[in-house]
Design a protein around this ligand. Structure first.
Ligand SMILES: C[S@@+](CC[C@H](N)C(=O)[O-])C[C@H]1O[C@@H](n2cnc3c(N)ncnc32)[C@H](O)[C@@H]1O
Length: 258
């Protein structure tokens, strides 16, 4: 499902700037920085308003970023965000992420995606996405794909949502968790299309978050300093989200790079 409702897209953009998303974004941005080398071309699948992508592009000025989304509403907001921040290393493409015909095979160094995959309607579309990722990537096949994982019990979903006070965010999360693919689906497709180039991680105890990631390198001192400064500026709730995500993924073996 696309996010084509203008008010919903604007509310999501707000959450990405000042609401519940920055803590989650920074966790991902750290991990993404650990994959990117100067000169890389990075494609963000389902980029939405580009709040995450803008920060990533600013931290990696010597790389090029392409945001792909099919929603005009999201792309309008993304254009505005990129312009306001005067970012010159992001271009946007309006396209379905499962069929990016305008992108040549083997032309992308890294495919990234944050909280977009569960929008695909079924397992066939998920398989098509993995095929498409394999097609567009260089033989190194570097990826960072982050999404929700399916939970078996609705009580688990209720438990996770019990601390979310904003109605829009709570319902959006609920729908996302219900739409999520299973950890097993992600494992099978990763094995099939990315082989040993990527590993699947999930939050310990309940696989509510799934991350598919290639091997990282160390961050530069400048990146570490900038990221630490940005994380210190988060509010208490955002920092708590960041720390919880770090803890639960650390328990499944995901190395912390800061
Ligand atoms: C929840 S938003 C995530 C945005 C951004 N990645 C983030 O982390 O903030 C999901 C985005 O995926 C887009 N999307 C969903 N299905 C898509 C598809 N098949 N092709 C392109 N974009 C899609 C939606 O329009 C929406 O902008």
């Amino acid at each position: 499902m696309l996010m084509e409702d203008r008010l919903g897209a604007a509310a999501y953009d707000f959450e990405g700037k000042e609401g519940v998303l920055p803590g989650v974004y920074y966790y991902q941005i750290i991990q993404m920085c650990g994959l990117i080398k100067a000169g890389d071309t990075v494609m963000d699948l389902g980029c939405g308003p580009c709040n995450l992508l803008c920060i990533l592009a600013q931290l990696n000025p010597e790389s090029q970023f392409i945001g792909v989304d099919l929603s005009d509403e999201m792309l309008d907001i993304a254009r505005k965000n990129i312009k306001e921040k005067r970012i010159s290393n992001i271009t946007l493409i309006k396209n379905d992420i499962t069929d990016i015909k305008s992108v040549a095979s083997g032309s992308i160094d890294i495919a990234i995606s944050s909280m977009a995959i569960h929008h695909l309607p079924d397992i066939d579309s998920l398989r098509t996405l993995f095929k498409e990722i394999e097609r567009i990537l260089t033989p190194e096949k570097r990826v960072y794909l982050y999404d929700f994982g399916k939970t078996k019990r609705t009580e688990t979903i209720d438990f996770f949502l019990s601390t979310v006070t904003n109605d829009f965010v709570r319902e959006d999360y609920r729908n996302s968790l219900k739409a999520a693919f299973s950890l097993n689906d992600f494992r099978t497709l990763t094995q099939q299309y990315l082989g040993k180039k990527a590993q699947v991680f999930s939050t310990r105890i309940v696989p509510i978050i799934v991350v598919i990631k290639s091997r990282s390198h160390e961050l530069t001192d400048e990146q570490k300093w900038r990221l630490r400064t940005m994380i210190e500026a988060l509010n208490a709730q955002q920092r708590n989200d960041f720390n919880m995500l770090k803890l639960f993924l650390r328990m499944s073996g995901m190395r912390s790079l800061l």
